[in-house]
Design a protein around this ligand. Structure first.
Ligand SMILES: [Fe+2]
Ligand SMILES: [Fe+2]
Length: 356
């Protein structure tokens, strides 16, 4: 099956796709966000807003003259697999970045809470730069995505505000961990940097880190979101975010290989960083070192591959096989969910530094 992208129509179709693994767009109960109160953490909150105001990345997302030269020199060296996986990576990264932009901008427009409004304006500003920067690289390959059309036509998932906080906190922090791990690897091995965009990742992921810090403060200012029955949701989102990333990364082996990274090792590094950071806000974490944890994730990868084969086969038999895989994947996910978690006390000071 040819999964490579050849036209802007295919690129926007890929960005619009609603599958278990594709990045989503979110909507929420905007009025409920007006009730948020950050005053218990006022000093930390104001210090963070001052950082956004200072805007240390205002000049970062601009292409240098060498950018195009590097693209022209490096692209012909790629294998067809790498080309397909890298362009797919750009489209899914663009979709995630733009998803944040759309959500934060919508909250900014609808909110009457001055603290939330100020934060959302800054975060939408950052995500819009990130999405625009990726889209420029897609345009080099004739695959620019019409973001206005994507915003109008992609399906939106409704999440209650607390689910938005858990999911967004994690996706910002895991985004930081992913980008910094790639950046550090290519810093050690510049000969493996097959596209110039990776040189932008260090300062870029500091934006994502700060976005995560903002949700950490919001969550810690509302401690009921971090105890009792809500911890079952925290656990669910931790596993959903980790498992989705693991399955998606293992479907793109050439991309990691080109960077000299083993997908399993890369994902474990990202899990470890994210787990360490998330202790600022979640009193539980998944035990990613358990062999049974990795076994469960590998089973999800195998089931996804069988599901894709069944889908490509089509017909009634294909449909039945897909359904059987879906049932097995649900059981595997439930088993992973029931594995023991680690518990820890929350630190008095919420904020941590991006030290990886
Ligand atoms: Fe971003
Ligand atoms: Fe972000």
């Amino acid at each position: 099956m040819d999964t490579a992208l050849h036209s802007p129509e295919q690129a926007i179709e890929r960005a619009r796709a609603s599958t278990m693994l594709s990045p989503r767009f979110y909507t929420t109960d905007f009025a409920a966000l007006d009730q948020l109160d950050v005053s218990p953490l006022r000093a930390e909150w104001d210090a963070m807003l001052a950082e956004y105001e200072g805007d240390n990345n205002h000049d970062h997302f601009q292409r240098t003259p060498q950018f195009a030269e590097e693209v022209a020199a490096l692209t012909p060296t790629w294998s067809p697999e790498l080309r397909a996986e890298f362009l797919d990576f750009l489209v899914s990264s663009l979709t995630s970045e733009f998803s944040g932009c759309v959500l934060y901008n919508e909250i900014f427009k609808r909110s009457h809470n001055p603290d939330i409004k100020a934060l959302m304006r800054y975060m939408a500003r950052d995500e819009s730069r990130h999405a625009g920067f990726i889209n420029q690289s897609l345009k080099d390959y004739g695959l620019g995505v019409d973001l206005g059309a994507l915003k109008r036509t992609k399906r939106y998932t409704f999440f209650k505000p607390k689910y938005i906080f858990y999911a967004t906190y994690l996706s910002e922090k895991i985004g930081y961990a992913r980008y910094i791990t790639i950046y550090r690897q290519l810093e050690r091995h510049p000969e493996l940097r097959f596209h110039p965009i990776f040189r932008w990742f260090e300062r870029w992921c500091n934006d994502e880190f700060r976005h995560g810090e903002s949700f950490a403060l919001l969550l810690r200012a509302h401690p009921h979101l971090l105890r009792g029955g809500n911890l079952l949701w925290v656990r669910f989102f931790l596993l959903a975010v980790y498992a989705t990333m693991y399955v998606r990364d293992h479907a793109r082996p050439a991309l990691k290989q080109a960077m000299g990274l083993d997908p399993t090792e890369y994902d474990l590094t990202v899990f470890r960083i994210t787990t360490e950071i998330s202790k600022q806000v979640f009193p539980i974490s998944l035990d990613v070192e358990r062999p049974a944890f990795l076994r469960g994730l590998n089973r999800l990868v195998a089931l996804q591959a069988r599901m894709d084969e069944a889908k490509a086969r089509g017909g009634l038999r294909g449909k039945l096989q897909q359904a059987a895989c879906a049932v097995q994947a649900t059981v595997t996910f439930a088993r992973l969910y029931l594995q023991p978690v680690q518990r820890h006390a929350l630190p008095a000071q919420v904020r941590v530094a991006p030290a990886w």
